[in-house]
Ligand binder design. Structure first.
Ligand code: SAH
Ligand code: SF4
Length: 362
C-alpha cells in the first residue's frame, strides 16, 4: 500500500466501510499469521524513570506516585508463573534507568529466568533508551525482543511531546542498534494526539515499513491528570480514540501483513472489550498483566488502566473465553515470533508462525 491508499483507509468514518476495513485486516492476519493469538505476560518491574515525557503518568517529575522496583525474586516468580501458565513469553517493562547497576540487575534476572525455564520462555524487554553495551549484554543473557516506541515518527510532533533533552535522533539510533545486535525489534506510536491527523499517522505506518519492523505495539493516547498534557484534548472522546487505535491496527496490518501487532491495554482502558476489538481489526498479540497486584496502581502510565484487582489466573481464563468468541485460539507454549522476523533472518526458512514451541502441562 502506498501513502495515498493508507491515508484513504485512515480517513474512513462510515460505520459500514469501517467494518469492511476491519474485516479485511482480520482476514489478512489469518492468511499470513494464522488464527493464534500469542500471549506475553507483562511484568511492570519498576516505575522509576529518568525521563519526563509530557504524556506519561510515571514521568520523573510526577511526585504524586510512590516509586517501586520489584526484587529479582519477584520478577523471576512472575516469569515462572507465566511459563507454567503456558504464556510463550514475558515482557519486562519499566521506566528508563541507565546505570551499571541496572544493567547488572536485568542481566541477572534474564539469566535466572532462562535457566529456570530451560530456555523455553521468550523474553521481550521494554526499558527505553540504553547504551549499546547494555542492549548487547541483555541479548547475550537471553532477551530476544525489544520494544521501543518511536512515539511519533514526525520529529516536530516528537519535540512537542518531550522536553528538549529527549532526543528523537537517539531514539532512532537505539532502534538501529537493537536491530544490529539481533533483537526482534518492535516500535509504535501514540495515536490520537493533539495536532496529529491522517497525514501524520500515515507517515507513521510508512516509517514502520521503511524501518522493516518485526512487531508493533501502539495505542491511543489517554491524557493523565498528573502530566503537562492533562488538558491537551479538551473534548476527550473515548470512542473516537478507540476507533483511531483500531484503524491504525487495520491499516498497519494491510501494509505489513506478516508482522506481530499487539492489541494493547490502552484499547481495553477505553472499552472493556477493546483488546478483542483489536484482534478483530488485525492484531495477534495480547499482553496480560502478570505483575503482583500490589504494585499495579503504581504503574499508571495513563488513567483507568484495567485489571488492577484481577489476579493472573482469572485474567487468563477470561481471556481464553473472550478470544474464543473472536474465533481465535491462544498459542499456548509458543514464542509466536512473527513470520516476518523468520523471513528477515532467513528468507528460505519462513514457513509460518509459531517457531520456538514447547509443551505445557496445565
Ligand atoms: N519507559 C519505557 C517503557 C514504559 S512506557 C519506554 O518509554 O519505552 C511504555 C509506553 O507507554 C510508552 O512507549 C508510551 O507510548 C505509553 N504511554 C505513556 N503514557 C501514555 C498515555 N498517557 N497514554 C497512552 N500511552 C502512554
Ligand atoms: Fe519514562 Fe517511558 Fe514514561 Fe517516558 S514513556 S516517562 S521513558 S516510562
Amino acid at each position: 500500500m502506498d501513502e495515498q491508499e493508507i491515508a484513504a483507509l485512515l480517513a474512513t468514518e462510515d460505520e459500514e466501510a469501517l467494518s469492511a476495513l476491519f474485516h479485511r485486516a482480520y482476514e489478512t492476519k489469518q492468511r499470513y499469521c494464522g488464527n493464534k493469538v500469542y500471549l506475553r505476560g507483562i511484568i511492570e518491574f519498576s516505575n522509576r524513570c529518568r525521563k519526563n515525557c509530557y504524556y506519561c503518568g510515571i514521568r520523573r517529575d510526577n511526585r504524586q506516585i510512590e516509586r517501586y522496583r520489584l526484587s529479582r525474586e519477584a520478577i523471576v516468580a512472575e516469569a515462572l508463573w507465566s511459563w507454567k501458565a503456558g504464556y510463550g513469553s514475558v515482557v519486562i517493562q519499566g521506566g528508563e534507568i541507565v546505570s551499571g547497576a541496572q544493567t547488572d540487575f536485568i542481566e541477572a534476572c534474564l539469566r535466572e529466568i532462562k535457566s529456570k525455564t530451560n530456555g523455553e520462555l521468550g523474553i521481550t524487554l521494554s526499558l527505553g533508551e540504553q547504551e549499546d553495551e547494555s542492549y548487547r549484554r541483555w541479548f547475550e543473557a537471553g532477551a530476544h525482543r525489544y520494544l521501543l516506541r518511536i512515539e511519533s515518527s514526525d520529529p516536530d510532533l516528537y519535540r512537542r511531546l518531550h522536553p528538549p533533552s529527549h532526543s528523537y535522533c537517539n531514539r532512532l539510533r537505539c532502534l538501529e542498534a537493537l536491530k544490529t545486535i539481533g533483537y526482534q525489534v518492535g516500535t509504535g506510536v501514540l495515536i490520537g494526539l493533539p495536532r496529529q491527523g491522517v497525514r501524520e499517522l500515515t507517515r507513521d505506518i510508512l516509517f514502520f515499513k521503511q524501518f522493516d519492523v518485526d512487531m508493533i505495539g501502539m495505542g491511543p493516547f489517554i491524557p493523565h491528570d498528573q502530566t503537562p498534557m492533562r488538558r491537551s484534548l479538551p473534548h476527550f472522546d473515548a470512542k473516537r480514540q478507540l476507533q483511531w487505535g483500531l484503524k491504525m491496527i487495520a491499516a498497519t496490518r494491510l501494509t505489513l501483513p506478516d508482522i506481530n501487532i499487539a492489541a494493547t491495554t490502552a484499547l481495553q482502558a477505553l472499552s472493556p472489550d477493546g483488546r478483542e476489538q483489536g484482534i478483530l481489526a488485525g492484531a495477534n498479540i495480547i499482553m496480560p498483566n502478570v505483575t503482583d497486584r500490589h504494585y499495579r496502581t503504581g504503574y499508571q502510565l495513563y488513567p483507568n488502566k484495567p485489571n488492577l484487582d484481577e489476579n493472573a489466573d482469572s485474567t487468563r481464563l477470561a481471556l481464553e473465553a473472550s478470544l474464543a468468541a473472536t474465533g481465535s485460539v491462544i498459542g499456548y507454549g509458543e514464542w509466536g515470533d512473527s513470520p516476518h522476523f523468520a523471513r528477515r533472518r532467513s528468507p528460505s526458512a519462513a514457513n509460518g508462525p509459531g517457531c520456538g514451541s514447547y509443551t505445557v502441562d496445565r
